[in-house]
Design a protein around this ligand. Structure first.
Ligand code: HEC
Ligand code: HEC
Ligand code: HEC
Ligand code: HEC
Ligand code: HEC
Ligand code: HEC
Length: 292
């Protein structure tokens, strides 16, 4: 399991850990068993409770007598290991019973308290210790829990959107020059990963606006919508499309490349957690130059 997922599970499951530890047959951090299904919880048909309305091993596991099987004979990738499996994203399995609204993942990009102060606990998902945003030397030792190229994965897929995978490569010399030029001109930071490849944080900032002072390159970012609301796409596809000059050029670029842009699938209305605006093409032009 990816580290972040297990950390999340660990967090949500803390209250029940002690119970699981008492039972030598169950792995630590395992889901509670023999608990009564609350009236408002709907179980899928193939997930049957026992005759007292409790969840038991076979409610979740499709392997006969899993409780008697030696641990090393179990294959977690077996489609029957969990009913309806295997699950690439385990939370999908959880949501088959739990309501995803009340079970939502913690949005760790909400980093500022109502008072305006930063919420230190969110920093520690990614940094071992909270770096001091006002100390420019803090950059030298950010104490990241995972290398930059991997720190977003686990919570986010490798392919959160079209183009993200495609971009996980090393820019060539020309592009690298553009990128340096942009960073100087725009006063923005667009770091590559530990092996010189483009990664999530090249385009995105993980920090809520205001955490890193705006006059620092790392603090330059777009925040048209609130982190709580996320990226907003315009709803109506048949709304009159106004083509600004730049948008037209983006479209041309896409045609030139023979591939559609993510931006054209869903029209971006409000952007957030991005280092430069994408909807007018500024972000893309950090590396791609359009023919005039
Ligand atoms: C609510 C659903 C649920 C119930 C009920 C349940 N399990 Fe599990 N079990 C899981 C999940 C989820 C995992 C983790 C799968 C993963 O990590 O991919 C798991 C993992 C396991 C593993 C493998 C642990 C490992 O990492 O090697 C064993 C063994 C296991 N369960 C045994 C049992 C037994 C025995 C029972 C009945 C006493 C039981 N489970 C009841 C959901 C359940
Ligand atoms: C078969 C249905 C089912 C599935 C699948 C399932 N759960 Fe549960 N879960 C329950 C039931 C029933 C309870 C006990 C009643 C309650 O607390 O709502 C429970 C309780 C919990 C609790 C304890 C809440 C508390 O207050 O102690 C946590 C945490 C939890 N589940 C997490 C998960 C996670 C994470 C997954 C996916 C790996 C998962 N559940 C999958 C049925 C399920
Ligand atoms: C989702 C993961 C994540 C979270 C949560 C997070 N950070 Fe970061 N932080 C990073 C990464 C990755 C970098 C490196 C980015 C770079 O190289 O510019 C970084 C860089 C920084 C920097 C250096 C920025 C610069 O441009 O010099 C500071 C300061 C910082 N973080 C402070 C914080 C504080 C304070 C919090 C909590 C409020 C926090 N971070 C929460 C991932 C995170
Ligand atoms: C601990 C889990 C976690 C980690 C680690 C994490 N995120 Fe997120 N992120 C979330 C959650 C939760 C949301 C809220 C929306 C959702 O549920 O997908 C979110 C939202 C976002 C959004 C806005 C999407 C929207 O419309 O709401 C972006 C962009 C984003 N994350 C980028 C990143 C990047 C880049 C990193 C790595 C530096 C990262 N995240 C690391 C959990 C995480
Ligand atoms: C080339 C630039 C670029 C790279 C690389 C990139 N993104 Fe994005 N991402 C965008 C743009 C542009 C958007 C849409 C506008 C916005 O976020 O405000 C976006 C949107 C998102 C969203 C919100 C999606 C939605 O529909 O709500 C998430 C989450 C996200 N990115 C995560 C990631 C993660 C994780 C990675 C690394 C695996 C990554 N991005 C790599 C440019 C990029
Ligand atoms: C940090 C640099 C960087 C940024 C920012 C960036 N790209 Fe890219 N892009 C690359 C690299 C590197 C490649 C792969 C090499 C190539 O195809 O030239 C690439 C490839 C592409 C391709 C595929 C081209 C092909 O021929 O396969 C498209 C389409 C694309 N980018 C669109 C965008 C869009 C849209 C944006 C803005 C949201 C964007 N890029 C932002 C660096 C970047």
């Amino acid at each position: 399991m990816k580290r972040w997922v297990s950390l999340l599970l660990l967090l949500v499951m803390t209250p029940i850990q002690a119970q699981a530890e008492d039972d030598p047959e169950l792995p630590v951090r395992h889901h509670p068993v023999e608990v009564i299904i609350p009236g408002n919880m709907q179980l899928p048909d193939e997930m049957k409770p026992d005759d007292r309305g409790r969840i038991i091993c076979s409610t979740c596991h499709g392997i006969d007598n899993i409780e008697k099987k030696p641990r090393d004979e179990l294959n977690k990738k077996d489609p029957d290991f969990l009913h309806g499996g295997p699950y690439r994203d385990l939370t999908k399995f959880c949501f088959r019973c739990h309501d995803d609204a009340e079970f939502q993942r913690k949005n760790i990009h909400i980093q500022r308290l109502k008072s305006g102060k930063t919420d230190k606990t969110t920093c520690q998902y990614c940094h071992e210790e909270q770096p001091d945003p006002n100390n420019r030397n803090a950059r030298d030792d950010l104490k990241l829990r995972l290398p930059p190229g991997r720190i977003c994965l686990g919570c986010h897929l490798k392919t959160p959107h079209l183009n993200a995978m495609l971009h996980q490569q090393e820019p060539d010399d020309t592009m690298r020059d553009y990128l340096h030029q942009t960073q100087d001109e725009q006063g923005v930071r667009m770091p590559l990963d530990e092996s010189g490849k483009i990664t999530c944080i090249t385009c995105h900032t993980p920090h809520q606006k205001g955490v890193i002072p705006a006059d620092q390159p790392g603090g330059r970012q777009v925040a048209e919508s609130r982190v709580e609301d996320g990226v907003v796409y315009s709803q109506s596809k048949w709304a009159p499309i106004y083509a600004t000059d730049k948008e037209q050029r983006l479209a041309e670029f896409s045609q030139e490349q023979g591939r559609p842009f993510a931006l054209e699938y869903k029209r971006l209305a409000k952007e957030v957690l991005l280092r430069l605006p994408a909807k007018d093409g500024t972000l893309c032009q950090a590396c791609h130059r359009f023919k005039d």
